[in-house]
Design a protein around this ligand. Structure first.
Ligand code: FE2
Length: 585
């Protein structure tokens, strides 16, 4: 492509300031930079607290003026790529603009591709969001393309935003991808946001992967319920540094679930991403698969199967009151948005069909799953493991030899041994000490050799180490036998009243088990990025392998729980560990 690439412009972040807030999973609190104007705050289990607040008339008026000023501004921002249905030949360019764009479009070579508008109105603030998606097909595999994004009312129409991307290889070829979850934004006015999220995006760029997997809890907009579009905007503009140059493939986490925004609360998420088609009407974008080289990638929505109640939640004592124009009534204290079972089994049926087809396909070596919540996490201060995933999906991962599962949710790094099958007598209830069947994943080896045959068992990685201000690199220990210990949700932790009137909470996991499956935990920091180098094996019969290196940002923790040392965001990502997965063809 001969088209010139114009440098990316300086990006600014939303300038809203908010009051004192507190979140549950970190126990951290933060003061605002301006007088407190929100009425109430909350604390809840698992980092899932949602402050209850009202959009005040003064703020609504200010926003209305701002919307009017932006109404004619179609300048593209928050520009990001995802794979089309075939990553070798198609991508989707997505973006937003401050106001409605006139003739939004992508230019690639001599082609001009009109974008599909997908606007929505936030169900709490009543703010409009203008989002656009241009499907770019007919590309050559393994090729680099330049593109430009613009509109008639683009302030930069004479010199529009442009960047380059590379398509996936058509067949068996080496490639690199990266992953982390729980990114947040660099705007510390927002709950759970932290400066490390900017360095995390830059870290992706430094490794120049073909694409990035963003495994859920993208920006925690639902913890900033009266300003969700602004949080998404800061997330999108931070992400653009990398996601305009290579696809970022997300899965939804508990913090993509927002009150008054669609049947599962995913309107913000689904309006901003176009994802490969799962051909299930009513469930588009929630889960999907795509193929790159010899790897089948499967992205799931674990909100559908987990027991834990960790999505949008009003702790009280105040209600969360949407602006009048939305027509939504106040959301009362003690209300949570609980999604378990929302697909009625459709996701699991789709998953089995997808995995079975993948394993039947002789051109597929590897099956890699991403989801947000964890089947195998021994975080002490985070959420832990969830029996719902173990019941619904681990038997399928066993049956179809899923090689690798990538999760987020707990803001740390943890690696399991290869696991297959379950130990049925390993758990006990926290409250009573009674035995409880946690279906503990059974390690097929506990020798940490650095090389694992995943045809024998699935390796789970926790990669919730993106950029939040709540690193959770503290892990459980059974003080009785000094074994590693994991918390496990075996039932729903629905909101319960506290001793304070009209204030509710959600409990932590109800069971524990010795985490015999846990192989490696990073106690140095809660920040990092995993880099995956896929080698399909040289020549006929060559052994495929994936070399995985976890790089971590030591010193980035605001306070390192292991040492008490205070840190600050850092651009320095250094190697924590390297290991290799192998399997026979
Ligand atoms: Fe999460």
């Amino acid at each position: 492509m001969a088209e010139a690439v114009i440098p990316r412009r300086h990006l600014t972040f939303t300038r809203w300031r908010y009051g004192s807030v507190m979140t549950g999973n970190s126990g951290s609190s933060r003061s605002s930079r301006s007088p407190v104007s929100r009425r109430q705050v909350l604390a809840g289990a698992g980092g899932t607290g949602l402050l209850a607040a009202t959009v005040t008339p003064a703020r609504a008026t200010t926003r209305t003026r701002r919307f009017r000023a932006a109404a004619s501004d179609g300048t593209p921002e928050q520009i990001h790529l995802t794979w089309g249905d075939n990553p070798a030949t198609s991508v989707v360019v997505s973006w937003a603009s401050p106001g409605q764009a006139a003739r939004p479009r992508v230019r690639i070579g001599q082609r001009v591709i009109p974008a599909e508008p997908r606007p929505y109105t936030d169900g709490i603030s009543g703010e409009p969001a203008w989002t656009y998606h241009a499907r770019v097909g007919g590309l050559r595999p393994g090729a680099t393309y330049a593109y430009a994004v613009t509109a008639d009312n683009d302030r930069n129409v004479a010199e529009p935003f442009s960047a380059t991307f590379r398509t996936a290889p058509a067949d068996r070829a080496p490639f690199r991808f990266t992953s982390f979850g729980d990114l947040a934004t660099p705007n510390t006015a927002w709950v759970l946001s932290y400066g490390q999220s900017a360095y995390a995006v830059e870290a992706v760029e430094s490794f120049q992967p073909l694409f990035h997997l963003l495994n859920g809890d993208l920006c925690y907009a639902n913890l900033n319920p009266t300003a969700q579009p602004e949080v998404w905007r800061d997330f999108g503009n931070n992400n653009q540094t990398s996601a305009a140059n290579r696809p970022w493939m997300p899965c939804p986490g508990n913090h993509e679930v927002e009150f008054c925004n669609g049947p599962q609360g995913f309107t913000s998420y689904l309006s901003r991403y176009t994802l490969p088609d799962n051909r299930l009407p009513g469930f588009g974008g929630r889960w999907y698969s795509f193929r790159v080289g010899s790897v089948l990638f499967v992205s799931l929505d674990a909100d559908d199967v987990v027991y834990q109640d960790a999505a949008a939640f009003v702790a009280g004592p105040a209600a969360l009151t949407p602006v009048a124009s939305t027509g939504h009534p106040p959301i009362q204290p003690g209300t949570s948005f609980y999604l378990r079972g929302y697909s009625g089994g459709a996701q699991t049926t789709w998953l089995e069909r997808t995995l079975a087809a993948g394993r039947r396909d002789e051109t597929v070596d590897w099956i890699i799953v991403q989801m947000h919540q964890c089947a195998a996490s021994s975080s002490a201060t985070g959420n832990g493991s969830d029996l719902g995933i173990r019941q619904e999906w681990l038997p399928l991962f066993d049956r179809y030899q899923v090689d690798l599962v990538l999760c987020g949710h707990d803001h740390d790094y943890e690696r399991s041994f290869p696991v297959r099958g379950a130990d049925t007598d390993a758990g006990r209830e926290v409250a009573t000490g009674a035995a409880v069947n946690t279906l503990r994943p059974h390690p097929v080896t506990t020798a940490d050799t650095g090389m694992f045959d995943t045809s024998q068992g699935t390796v789970h990685l926790i990669l919730g180490c993106g950029g939040t201000d709540a690193p959770l690199d503290e892990y459980g220990t059974d003080m009785a036998d000094r074994q590693r210990q994991a918390k496990v949700f075996t039932r729903a932790d629905r909101p319960v009243p506290t001793s304070t009137p009209d204030v509710y909470t959600r409990a932590a996991a109800d069971a524990v088990e010795d985490a015999t499956w846990s192989a490696k935990r990073d106690t140095d920091t809660g920040y990092g990025i995993a880099v995956f180098d896929v080698d399909p094996g040289s020549g006929t019969g060559g052994q495929p392998s994936i070399k995985i290196t976890q790089y971590h940002a030591v010193g980035a923790d605001p306070v390192n729980p292991a040492t008490g040392a205070k840190g600050a965001p850092t651009p320095d990502y250094t190697e924590f560990e390297t290991f290799t997965l192998v399997r026979s063809r």
